[in-house]
Design a protein around this ligand. Structure first.
Ligand SMILES: Cc1cc2nc3c(=O)[nH]c(=O)nc-3n(C[C@H](O)[C@H](O)[C@H](O)COP(=O)(O)O)c2cc1C
Length: 370
């Protein structure tokens, strides 16, 4: 009923406005919810997800559905994501230097395709500002109880050769404030960033990060790698090779795509002509292919967070049974509203029962013949 209300009453009003403007006021509103304990409780009462526990990366997740990077770039609405039923959230992307991102307009909805094209370009106020903000939340007792990840990007002004230091600086400041970290070398909106997905660049970045991460006397934080869906099998294979060497704790598959599917719809065509990364329904199949590729090649030994075009419990189930242990959503939240998380988790619970699984991890990779 509430989902229907969102789609038929709220969404038309929101979709009559500029996408980035709507994004900003929504996050602002959720920041308010986050800072008021009572509002968080009310939201939790309406949106709370059923328990579907997952233990992974040395962390306990109350359910497998997480908030994807890019929604809360500044980390201002942490408690609201938990109240919305998410099992974890990924803040950022944050870069070492504060930067404005690309000039607007830079987010476009392709409504008939249930997709978004964006070229935000890592707009954020920098790692130091984020560290201060997160420390304040922690000190005020506003920290959510679910795991919080931080997505690290490269500053636009930093040359590719200096990328390892750029990532290291952000990681050094934020290490104590995140439960896990995601190295983002896959956004299509920072010039040449995706070149950092090659073997030598990954080696240079991860060896710097792990040297700091593994310093004596502290337990290392899981550092995952987020990859593009547009990589060839050879490039994906190269990444598989590097996982144990670079102690990559897991793979986030995938970021947005620079490819565009065929379409006859003129409105969709116009949006697809925009430069940027495409997310939502058209990404679903490719992102699952990449998940399956990694699951097969690593024999299920490496945790995979599946993201890309998850709109329903069936979409989520497909990604889990093809190898993902955790999932994230972004675009379906925009199209489906805040009850999306609960809806997917309830559906997953039903699918588990129907398929005879007691715990979610038993279903991971179950559709793949070994
Ligand atoms: C407006 C927008 C901004 C995004 N910003 C980031 C980002 O800063 N870092 C990142 O790793 N991914 C970012 N993403 C990609 C999402 O995290 C996710 O990988 C992608 O949208 C696919 O999931 P979806 O189909 O559920 O949206 C962004 C996506 C959108 C639509």
């Amino acid at each position: 009923m509430l989902s229907w209300l969102y789609r038929s009453l709220v969404r038309p009003v929101l979709f009559s406005q500029d996408p980035e403007f709507v994004h900003n006021i929504t996050v602002k509103g959720l920041q308010g919810v986050s800072s008021l304990g009572l509002l968080s409780k009310v939201m939790h009462g309406v949106c709370s997800s059923p328990e579907l526990p997952v233990s992974l990366l040395g962390l306990k997740f109350p359910n497998p559905i997480g908030l994807a990077a890019g929604m809360d770039k500044a980390g201002v609405a942490m408690r609201a994501w938990e109240a919305m039923g998410f099992g974890f959230s990924e803040l950022g992307a944050v870069t070492w230097y504060a930067q404005p991102g690309n000039p607007p307009p830079r987010v476009f909805r392709a409504v008939p395709a249930e997709a978004i094209v964006n070229r935000m370009g890592f707009n954020n106020d920098g790692a130091a500002a984020m560290a201060d903000r997160l420390k304040r939340y922690r000190d005020k007792g506003c920290w959510p109880s679910h795991p919080v990840g931080i997505n690290l990007g490269k500053s636009k002004i930093t040359e590719l050769i200096d990328a390892p230091l750029d990532y290291l600086r952000s990681f050094t400041l934020l290490r104590e404030l995140g439960d896990f970290f995601v190295i983002n070398v896959s956004s299509p909106n920072t010039p040449n960033l995706r070149k950092l997905q090659d073997k030598e660049s990954l080696k240079a970045i991860f060896s710097r990060l792990q040297a700091f991460n593994n310093k004596r006397g502290r337990s290392p934080k899981p550092i995952l790698l987020k990859i593009a869906p547009d990589l060839s099998d050879e490039a994906l294979e190269d990444i598989v090779d590097m996982i144990p060497k670079l102690e990559i704790a897991g793979i986030v598959a995938t970021n947005t795509t620079i490819t565009r599917p065929e379409t006859e719809n003129q409105k969709v065509k116009k949006v697809y002509a925009q430069q940027g990364g495409l997310s939502g329904k058209p990404l679903k199949v490719r992102s699952t292919e990449v998940i399956e590729f990694f699951y097969r090649k690593t024999r299920g030994m490496v945790p995979i967070i599946g993201v890309g075009g998850i709109f329903t419990a069936e979409d989520a189930w497909e990604k889990i049974t093809h190898g993902a242990s955790l999932l994230q959503i972004f675009t379906s939240l925009v199209y489906g509203g805040p009850l999306k998380v609960k809806e997917i988790n309830m559906g997953l619970k039903r699918l588990m029962e129907e398929n005879g699984f007691k715990m979610l991890h038993e279903a991971v990779g179950s559709a793949i013949k070994k």
